[in-house]
Design a binder for this molecule. Structure first.
Ligand code: SF4
Length: 209
């Protein structure tokens, strides 16, 4: 499995916001979002066996592991890693860009899925693998990163036209006014959450936190 970094931080998203987690950031991504903050995952990294990664999990004090990227679904061993983490009592938050199938992941009950629906400002709007919307379960959620009013209109249309049996988060892109986004969501009368990227509020836009 190709890994960019393993580090301890706190989760910035949705119902798990504020929880300490062991972050496993996989290497490589099949997308190229314009505002990507993880471009350092596009190359480099190091090969690690599942046993080596599990040693980091055994040694961690956190109940949760966040498997993020890059794009974790590009790594063949991601399913097995999540299963093995579950066998030692760890819950896993899987963060995915939404372009690859989640079919092999939805029967694992130690797993919560955070799936991006890419907005127009990303330049990857067409990348969504739409069957994933049928695979997501009640505790999972989709996330829209909103940079401007075009992204907002796209997200609100998407939400209104879908049957959302899972959670929905709107997150302001870094540098976008969260108050503006919150007020627009209130005007929409939709029951969705507006959340910041908490780790960036705390530490700024640096890798490894
Ligand atoms: S999916 Fe994530 S890691 Fe990949 S390019 Fe987009 S923001 Fe970057």
């Amino acid at each position: 499995m190709r890994i960019t970094e393993i580090f301890h931080s706190i989760q910035g998203d949705f119902s798990l916001i504020g929880l300490p987690m062991l972050f496993i950031r996989t290497n490589r991504c099949n997308l190229r979002c314009r505002w990507c903050d993880s471009t350092y995952t596009f190359s480099g990294g190091q090969e690690m066996t599942l046993d080596e990664i599990m040693e980091n999990i055994y040694a961690s004090s956190e109940d949760w592991v966040c498997l993020t990227g890059g794009e974790p679904l590009l790594q063949r061993e991601s399913v097995e890693l999540i299963e093995r983490a579950g066998r030692v009592g760890r819950k896993v938050l899987l963060e995915t860009g939404g372009s690859l199938s989640l079919k092999d992941y939805v029967n694992m009950n130690n797993l919560t899925i955070d799936m991006d629906v890419k907005t127009p400002s990303s330049g990857e709007q067409a990348s969504l693998y739409r069957n994933n919307l049928d695979y997501l379960r009640r505790g999972d959620y989709i996330k829209f990163v909103v940079a401007d009013h075009i992204d907002l209109a796209y997200a609100l249309d998407f939400i209104r036209n879908g049957k959302m049996k899972f959670g929905v988060v709107l997150q302001p892109a870094w540098g976008t006014d969260m108050k503006w986004l919150a007020e627009k969501v209130l005007e929409s009368h939709l029951n969705v959450r507006v959340l910041p990227q908490l780790h960036k509020l705390i530490w700024g836009e640096i890798p490894g936190v």
